[in-house]
Design a binder for this molecule. Structure first.
Ligand code: GLN
Length: 244
């Protein structure tokens, strides 16, 4: 399988909590192992991006102050980003990025940051922070059907009628600690509270995102399995620890 895999990494300087950069490393490494030419395009506020070259967008989490610094620039990406996401370009958004992909994020100090509205979710400040390990059972077509990660957020996120949850919480708090949902999914946009980094220990999700990016180029064969998949052993070890 040839194709190409160009990852647009939004705001690597501002939005990179708890190892979020590891998601970009996992995605590019898994593509390289399969011989797919891969490039990471880093974009900070005010910079240009060659949008037609982009196959997947990644954005990590950030503190409220970092989110408010990039919020206007992020909104300005709408005309380029929204039609591509509607057309099936995959995007992975972690925590602070997940919040800004929704309708609105109200910070702990009450600042209202309008979001891009790509995901039909909204986020309000809650009592205390949700911190700890998370295990969910995902709605995505992957095996095993579990995702593991680490959450640390003050915001509480609620799903509107057009957003599907990414998973059901088995351990941890998830979107708001009340309705049992974690993350959101709309077209091929995945929003989640899971840091960790997420993808190195959820390689099945990394491969799903990669296969979506290739499918958009008309390459729909399934990805070659990798000879050694230590990442899945990490996933299984975390599940075993969580069960104790
Ligand atoms: N600042 C946001 C919150 O506390 C997001 C934090 C994060 O990305 N971990 O809810």
């Amino acid at each position: 399988m040839a194709g190409r895999f160009n990852i647009l990494y939004l705001y690597p300087e501002h939005m990179n909590l708890y190892g979020d950069r590891g998601n970009v490393l996992a995605l590019s490494q898994r593509a390289c192992w399969r011989g797919i030419p891969t490039t990471v395009i880093r974009r900070e506020p005010g910079e240009d991006a060659e949008w037609d070259a982009v196959d997947l967008v990644f954005m990590g989490g950030g503190e409220d102050s970092h989110q408010s610094r990039i919020a206007d620039d992020f909104l300005s990406l709408g005309p380029e980003l929204l039609p591509r996401l509607a057309d099936g370009m995959p995007m992975l958004a972690i925590c602070g990025a997940f919040q800004l992909l929704g309708q609105c994020y109200t910070t702990a100090s009450g600042q209202k940051l309008p979001g891009l509205g790509v995901l039909d979710v909204w986020t309000e400040p809650g009592q205390g922070r949700a911190i700890g390990d998370v295990v969910t059972e995902t709605t995505l077509p992957i095996q095993p059907a579990t995702l593991v990660g680490f959450e640390n957020h003050g915001g509480r996120t609620y799903l509107g009628s057009s957003a599907k949850p990414l998973g059901k919480v088995r351990l941890g708090r998830g979107n708001n600690g009340a309705d049992g949902w974690e993350g959101a999914l709309q077209t091929r946009v995945v929003g989640t509270y899971l840091h960790g980094s997420l993808l190195p220990k959820n390689p099945h999700l990394a491969d799903l995102l990669l296969s979506w990016a290739l499918e958009r180029q008309g390459l729909s064969q399934s990805l070659e399995p990798l000879a050694i998949d230590e990442e899945m052993s990490a996933h299984q070890a975390i599940l075993a620890r969580a069960r104790k």
